[in-house]
Design a protein around this ligand. Sequence first.
Ligand code: NAD
Length: 259
Amino acid sequence: MDTKVALITGSTSGIGLGIAEHLASMKCSIAFHGLGDPNAIRELVESIQNRFGVKCQFFDEDLNNPENAHTLVEQTVQTFGKIDILVNNAGIQHVAPLEIFPLGEWEKVLNINLTSPFVLMQAALIHMKRQNSGRIINIASVHGLIASAQKSAYVASKHGIIGLTKVAALETAQTPITCNAICPGWVFTPLVAKQIEDRAKASGKTFEEEKLALLLEKQPSGEFASVEQIASLVAYLCSDDAGQIRGAAITMDGGWTAQ
Ligand code: NAD
């Protein structure tokens, strides 16, 4: 990995940050990306750069505007000279019944979870095809395979990215470039903590009670998948051994979709 350059969207938090740390530990250069407090992010990126002795750069394009996705790839290539790995990880959630789901929230979820990854893949593939190598890994969800109530935009976006993953895999099938999706179940990150907080507000129960209830409703193992477990699967998909895994949607969901 020590000559590779990885762009990981949404790597200032949660799963994306775990993937960035894991790839940096394997000596990969990291294009960090996401939103948040610039000073805290600068400190975070510097600490990873110093800890692993790899080149890191932070970019803050807002992916609610898909045109920024193209700029993000071009900035990565300008800074590092190439792009070997694209991890489409940035994502948001909005929970509401279908008949009152706000159109603005639908558009935002689709922009960040599906349209920007599409533009990122378009831009990255031009460079990857030129260099005749590359890995694209889309962090989808179990909600790319099955649905849950009140998550219309999220479920539509995640089903969409799995379809897009398959198309990219077919269009690169006779090249060394691969494209796959990972479908996590519950992973304890800020995105999920917010859903638990909302449930606790609505039910009057404690955060810990709602955390357990959320897990037990869907995930038979009763345990969260960890950020490190997902990061290690990403690293495997980036390896030569994974060269014939193409267009797959790999679950890591504690048995959620086995039911
Ligand atoms: P998170 O909220 O911890 O991190 C989301 C990241 O996306 C952050 O870095 C944030 O800055 C970035 N982001 C959000 N809006 C953005 C925007 N407009 N422009 C640019 N960046 C933006 O979330 P997470 O739980 O780590 O989720 C990461 C991915 O994993 C998402 O695609 C999510 O759908 C998926 N996923 C998460 C879980 C889970 O249980 N946490 C389960 C399945 C799938």
